[in-house]
Design a protein around this ligand. Structure first.
Ligand code: HEM
Length: 257
């Protein structure tokens, strides 16, 4: 049976793949710089005025809406990442997806969740009704709005960030430490859920109530399933060890003819 290796050091990239990645990165940075420079010209400023009119971006609440929308997307991505992560250990998607793919997808979705969280929090600095300072975003419990539950979100974000960063340090820190840190993602998820639920303006909506409750129940169910499997695996390992011990003792005491 082929064995699955999740060791990223085994992966190699061809020269053209590296070159294309570098090229795409440069094009992307170039485009951002070009847009920034163009925005300063009189034509750019007129386009800016038009876009602000088109998207009602002059309204007082626009950035608050963006914060809320990106927060909900970040939450859904984090949820998906947890579901995929538990699938890697519990193997319940193995019949449908290659486990290496599930692992890679899990890693990618985590990164995407972090990206949307960055949008979610950085946009707070642009808000004109309740502008956040960088300190109010980075330091837990000093937010001008619902400080406790926003603080819980800040801590949950740090936990998620730590877990995401260790994807890239797995070979350095070793699988054991990687797994221990990875368990923290569950705490990060719980913190994020409580944060969204108690700090969110949209929590009152029936759709958001269903979203938070159903997603949390799925994670609870999958976590219990994972723990039960873990327990069963431990029992099986200790049974095997006991059987090996017993056969070693039997051999030792067997009469020599
Ligand atoms: C530095 C960390 C964070 C800060 C400062 C922060 C800030 C906030 C604030 C001020 C709100 C209230 C917005 C509203 O009126 O709805 C909020 C809501 C929310 N946040 Fe965060 N947040 C952080 C981390 C996170 C993370 C890591 C996630 C998800 C992965 C997240 C998801 C949400 C969700 C789902 C809502 C509810 C949105 C709604 O009800 O419309 N937040 N956050």
């Amino acid at each position: 049976m082929p064995t699955l290796s999740l060791n990223k050091q085994n992966r190699t990239y061809s020269t053209w793949q590296v070159l294309v990645s570098i090229l795409v990165t440069f094009i992307f940075i170039g485009l951002i710089l070009a847009v920034a420079v163009a925005a300063m010209t009189p034509v750019g400023q007129s386009v800016g005025t038009f876009l602000r009119w088109l998207f009602a971006a002059d309204s007082l609440q626009i950035w608050w809406y963006v914060t809320r929308a990106s927060g909900i997307i970040a939450y859904l991505l984090l949820w998906l990442s947890i579901v995929l992560g538990l699938a890697v250990t519990s193997k319940y998607l193995d019949g449908m997806l290659d486990r290496l793919f599930t692992y890679d997808f899990h890693e990618f979705i985590s990164l995407l969740s972090v990206t949307f969280t960055l949008v979610h929090v950085l946009v707070l600095t642009l808000d004109r009704y309740l502008p956040y300072s960088l300190a109010q975003i980075l330091v837990p419990f000093i937010s001008p709005y619902r400080p406790f539950w926003v603080g819980v979100g800040v801590i949950a974000f740090y936990l998620t960030l730590l877990v995401t960063v260790t994807f890239y340090l797995r070979n350095r820190i070793g699988t054991r430490v990687f797994r221990i840190i990875h368990v923290l993602s569950l705490l990060g998820y719980i913190g994020t859920t409580l944060h969204g639920y108690y700090a969110g303006t949209d929590t009152a909506l029936p759709s958001m109530q269903i979203l938070y409750k159903v997603s949390s129940l799925v994670v609870l169910f999958l976590t219990v399933y994972w723990l039960v499997l873990l327990g069963l695996r431990k029992v099986e390992t200790s049974r095997q060890a006991a059987r090996l011990d017993a056969s070693a003792i039997h051999k030792h005491h067997a009469p020599v003819r």
